[in-house]
Design a protein. Structure first.
Length: 552
């Protein structure tokens, strides 16, 4: 008795939302006669008692109850219409939710197709949503962490008029209410601070965590919100907040729909980061992901203060993505929808060797990569251009995590990429493009030593177009462990003082612009000149020049 008294107190203190329509207050159902109708059959099919036919005749001033011209409109008091209980049904479900039957203590898991009856309660868990279909095809989506009780589920015979009332004790709902077909149609949602009664509209309802306020956002149709003897008309595109025992706030426009930044036609990366435009006055954003464009149930949702978030790791497929802004009152704005395709599995392996842009000399590399989960084999492509318009090598079915393309031995740039193939034959996205270059091994530098007129010795060699610098070494031994000269030169020659005392050894190698050092050339021995030649070499050279001047 005490709980019943509290319930009535709650109803008295609640704010009331009523859909504005001229027919809401009409208590008569108007039936249009079709061929073959008579008052007896009409009463038998639709009314609580067959004997009502005489009352209908008098009420509508019908002289012949057996002769009803098609198109005749017959007015019938709503209280005479037969009422019967009709269950609701779980239309779709994602995640884990519980059902507590009326007058029971134990909960049970909900499943697709489960029937819901008067007094039943539903509790959704984190990242779970349920879509419920009612007798008039109305769809109610109950979002995560919500608690809903079904207070009334009935229909007026086969008239199409359905009376549905439920109580949202906690959480959020989306409602797509089928337009009413008569005055007996009603869809009513009660929260701890409000009651909404609508007839053919799309709107959202949420209850604050403390249960003291409810937000209503109208997306289609219009709703009159009244409380504390004041009323506000909320049109589509507007929302309001209702606090218990207070008048509704003036309707405010729903925040504009954000615009998604560029999303690829097919998302091929796990946990893709999606972003959107900034909306003025937004304090946060809600992003939702569903299996279809109806968004009856969600497979994932997130609320973030940033203009970006990371999508969850989900199977490949076609999905619907939407985002909306949330203002300082928690009123959520208009949706921006986007259809996306995800094809991220099986994930491509990670290329290991050769390192990207590596230069190899005179050899074809062994390409190596990691093993990718869910891959039974791999697809390797090698091209001579980064756009892969000129494919030089293409091979599927590689079981190992390495391969040596022995047929590609020509010098040049190569670009390679990999993709994984699952056991069922599905090929995943291609991985990042890597490159390598094959260059020839520089030839050995063969130096020669000659004496110049000025008495110096000159080591020289044939230049090469690819050579950038040269390293020249002179040592006292053939093993070059006792080096006396070690120089880098940019020209293919090096002048030396005459060697005396002992034999020296010379070798030269090229260094290319990328730093690659070629092989040492043949070691050259430089024998010392005799002492007398060393002493008189400059004098001899001077004498020769003097004689030449005299002769000339």
């Amino acid at each position: 008795m005490k709980s019943l008294l509290n319930y009535f107190k709650l109803l008295i203190s609640s704010t009331i939302l009523i859909f504005v329509s001229a027919n809401v207050f009409a208590q008569d159902w108007v039936y249009t006669v079709v061929e073959g109708d008579n008052l007896w059959n009409l009463s038998k099919q639709h009314l609580d008692k067959v004997t009502r036919f005489e009352q209908i005749r008098k009420l509508n001033d019908i002289s012949d109850p057996k002769l009803l011209p098609p198109g005749t409109r017959i007015r019938i008091p709503l209280k005479w219409i037969r009422s019967n209980s009709v269950p609701a049904q779980i239309h779709s479900i994602d995640g884990v939710s519980e059902l507590l039957r009326a007058n029971t203590q134990n909960s049970q898991p909900l499943h697709l197709g489960s029937m819901l009856y008067l007094g039943d309660e539903i509790r959704t868990s984190n990242q779970s949503t349920i879509a419920i279909k009612f007798a008039d095809e109305t769809i109610l989506t109950i979002h995560e962490n919500s608690l809903v009780r079904f207070d009334h589920l009935s229909a007026h015979g086969v008239t199409g008029m359905v009376d549905t009332r439920l109580n949202i004790l906690k959480g959020r709902t989306d409602t797509k209410v089928t337009p009413a077909v008569g005055p007996g149609s009603r869809f009513e949602i009660q929260t701890p601070s409000a009651i909404s009664s609508v007839r053919g509209t799309i709107y959202r309802t949420s209850v604050s965590e403390n249960g003291k306020a409810s937000n209503i956002e109208v997306l289609r149709g219009k709703v009159a919100v009244s409380g504390a003897n004041e009323q506000q008309l909320v049109n589509a595109g507007y929302g309001t907040q209702v606090v218990a025992n207070s008048p509704p706030l003036p309707p405010r426009p729903l925040l504009a729909a954000p615009l998604f930044d560029t999303i690829p036609k097919t998302i091929e990366q796990i946990k893709w980061r999606v972003s959107w435009s900034e909306i003025q006055d937004a304090v946060s954003y809600r992003i939702e992901l569903a299996n279809n464009a109806k968004f009856d149930t969600l497979i994932w949702q997130d609320v973030t203060q940033y203009r970006k978030t990371t999508l969850p790791d989900i199977p490949d497929g076609n999905y619907s993505l939407r985002v909306r802004a949330i203002d300082s009152l928690g009123i959520e704005g208009l949706n921006q929808d986007k259809q996306v395709i995800i094809n991220a599995y099986p994930q491509p392996p990670v290329a290991l060797k050769p390192i990207d842009s590596e230069v190899l000399r005179g050899q074809t590399p062994i390409l190596q990569w990691t093993g990718s989960e869910n891959a039974s084999n791999y697809h390797l492509e090698i091209a001579t251009d980064i756009n892969f318009e000129h494919i030089a090598f293409d091979k599927k079915g590689i079981i190992e995590t390495y391969y040596k393309p022995t047929a590609l031995t020509k010098n040049g740039h190569y670009y390679w990429r990999l993709s994984s193939i699952a056991s069922d034959g599905e090929q995943g996205p291609t991985g990042p493009i890597r490159s390598y270059q094959i260059k020839p091994i520089p030839a050995k530098v063969e130096a020669t030593v000659s004496a110049e007129d000025d008495g110096l010795l000159v080591a020289s060699w044939r230049p090469s177009l690819n050579e950038y610098k040269y390293k020249v070494q002179i040592a006292n031994n053939k093993s070059f462990t006792n080096i006396v000269i070690d120089e880098l030169v940019t020209k293919p020659r090096l002048a030396l003082d005459p060697i005396k005392g002992t034999t020296r050894y010379l070798r030269v190698k090229s260094i290319e612009e990328d730093g690659y050092e070629g092989p040492w050339g043949t070691t050259q021995s430089i024998a010392p000149l005799p002492d007398d030649e060393l002493n008189y070499w400059p004098l001899a050279i001077g004498t020769i020049f003097t004689l030449l001047k005299v002769l000339l």
